[in-house]
Ligand binder design. Structure first.
Ligand code: PMP
Length: 354
């Protein structure tokens, strides 16, 4: 830390992103990216924008918002697009939480939530998941706090239904409920249809997972017009051009080719079910995932061992060194070939143990 660093941030522990190794080719199952490239129209859309890079992008991302609004069945004014969904989550924490509206989120969820809270000096309560790692709806009724739920949750992959989200939103009318749907396209039930009914619901989403565009950094928020206006106040006070031309064009092109992404999601879900069964046959406990990753543990291997042994064999998964989930690894679901390789390596690792 330099002697110039603000005392305000001296104790800040930043988020640790998953490894993005540049040295060797791994089977990369550690950051929930899609194994499939973007659809064909994306490359030409980006190339056309490159020729206009001397110009700032449209700060309102009008065309992309219009298209997203159409796809989601809402008005354009109910949509904001951002630099990945991390961006909109940060804006939402800034906009909708303070000392009078402290935050609440599950104790095991997206690791960025406590970081955004700390960055913005917002008090937060972590509500324990139940023993089976489920979010219990009753724990979130009438909380008097700004609530943040990843649905499906990460890293568990477990999901709440729309009616369960409705109960939470309806039971907290004086607080915003932020539902982070980064993984919803892999079999979850979106809460977007509820934004028409509830002024306190903000749904966030991303092109990083189901739309094969983690590298483009496109996220979005959908909610009541007034909520979106508030988020824009924050956005225009930090970085009005947070979405660059190439990424906005890429996302728009992707939305014109939805069938491609739907098919990819279907394949990933099929591979997820296949891998879940195979891991269970190897003795793993695997939670019922509605996301593009699996959360699994084995009785005779620690999470650290699984992570380390797989890495040595060229397969990268994610391990979190946190008390409640230390025994688990989180495995991104990739292609069938990648899953076969994972299972082969795990079989050998387990054989080595006996
Ligand atoms: N929410 C959850 C639950 C996530 O796992 C991630 C991915 N790390 C994000 C949001 C943010 O993703 P992005 O900024 O790429 O949209």
């Amino acid at each position: 830390m330099s002697s110039f660093f603000s005392q305000k941030y001296a104790a800040l522990v930043p988020y640790t992103p998953g490894e993005q190794p540049q040295d060797m080719q791994y089977i990369k199952l550690n950051t929930n990216e899609s194994p499939f490239p973007p659809s064909p129209g994306v490359a030409s859309a980006v190339a056309a924008e490159v020729r206009k890079l001397q110009l700032y992008p449209d700060p309102e991302a009008t065309r992309l918002r219009e298209k997203l609004a159409q796809v989601c069945g809402v008005d354009r004014e109910q949509v904001i697009v951002t630099n990945g969904s991390d961006d909109v989550l940060n804006f939402a924490f800034m906009a909708f939480a303070d000392q009078e509206h402290p935050l609440a989120f599950p104790d095991e969820s997206y690791g960025f939530y406590p970081v955004f809270a700390a960055l913005n000096q917002l008090p937060y309560l972590e509500i324990p998941l139940r023993d089976d790692f489920r979010i219990e709806v009753e724990d979130y009724l009438g909380l008097g706090r700004t609530i943040v739920l990843a649905n499906p949750n990460a890293p568990t992959g477990l999901a709440l239904g729309r009616e369960e989200i409705r109960r939470i939103v309806a039971a907290n009318p004086d607080n915003v409920v932020i539902v982070d749907e980064a993984y919803v396209d892999f079999g979850g039930e979106s809460a977007v249809p509820l934004v028409k009914e509830y002024q306190n619901l903000l749904v966030t989403g991303t092109f990083s997972k189901s739309h094969s565009m983690a590298g483009a950094r496109i996220g979005f928020g959908i909610g009541d017009v007034a909520l979106i206006r508030d988020l824009n106040t924050i956005k225009y006070s930090t970085n009005p051009y947070n979405v660059n031309r190439m990424s906005a064009a890429a996302a728009l092109a992707a939305l014109e080719e939805e069938a491609y992404y739907k098919d990819n999601c279907r394949r990933i879900m099929e591979n997820r079910e296949y891998t879940t069964q195979a891991l269970r046959q190897l003795g793993f406990t695997v939670l019922d995932s509605r996301a593009n990753f699996l959360f699994a543990r084995h009785p005779s291997l620690s999470g650290e061992e699984v992570y380390r042994d797989l890495k040595r064999r060229g397969v990268l998964v994610r391990h979190f060194n946190k008390a409640r989930i230390r025994d688990f690894v989180r495995i991104t679901v990739g292609t069938r070939e990648q899953m076969e390789r994972l299972l082969e390596e795990l079989t050998q690792i387990l054989e080595g143990k006996t």
